[in-house]
Design a protein around this ligand. Structure first.
Ligand code: ZN
Ligand code: ZN
Length: 172
């Protein structure tokens, strides 16, 4: 994924990062700078590895206001927006200290458990959309929230929508 730091900063402006103890913190440019210097350049799998502290479960820790937040949760929040209520972040790449937002997917706890550890299915989700179309350069676009979208699916949805409109026209 292409992360333009200026754009990420614009997305992050005014973003609130929830902290433990029911407090929260408005992300500042200084936080952003402190965070991204600790992220390594993409490795051969496209993972952006956290070079800062890693907790005993293998997740990166980032200090905010004398509290710790998970590095991948911070990366997701400041590039894609708040993690929806009730959802957890699943590492598609299975590398817990990877903070590449494109390798993270917000899913329900139940879905996360169901997915378990099947590596082939996970790899497939990194390279293909849920309908099985490849995330190739030509077939992929990135939304303003830095989400990868499949062009083939987009076309299918548009065609379906137009068909519905046409059907409405003819039944008038
Ligand atoms: Zn990764
Ligand atoms: Zn698709």
């Amino acid at each position: 994924m292409n992360l333009n730091p200026t754009r990420a900063l614009a997305i992050a402006a005014g973003l609130v990062m929830p902290l433990a103890g029911e407090t929260s913190h408005v992300v500042t440019p200084k936080d952003m700078a402190r965070f991204w210097v600790k992220v390594a350049a993409p490795d051969s799998n496209g993972c952006w590895l956290w070079t800062g502290k890693v907790n005993r479960y293998g997740y990166g820790d980032f200090g905010l206001r004398k509290r710790l937040v998970k590095a991948h949760r911070f990366a997701y929040t400041v590039t894609r927006g708040p993690i929806p209520d009730g959802l957890v972040l699943d590492h598609l790449c299975r590398v817990r200290h990877c903070v590449n937002p494109a390798h993270l997917e917000a899913v329900t706890q139940r879905e996360n458990t169901l997915r378990g550890d099947a590596p082939s299915a996970r790899r497939a989700r990194l390279t293909h959309c849920p309908q099985g179309h490849p995330y190739s350069k030509a077939n992929t676009y990135v939304t303003s929230r830095n989400e990868r979208k499949c062009r083939a699916c987009h076309r299918i949805r548009q065609r379906a929508y137009k068909a519905v409109l046409r059907a409405k026209e003819t039944t008038k």
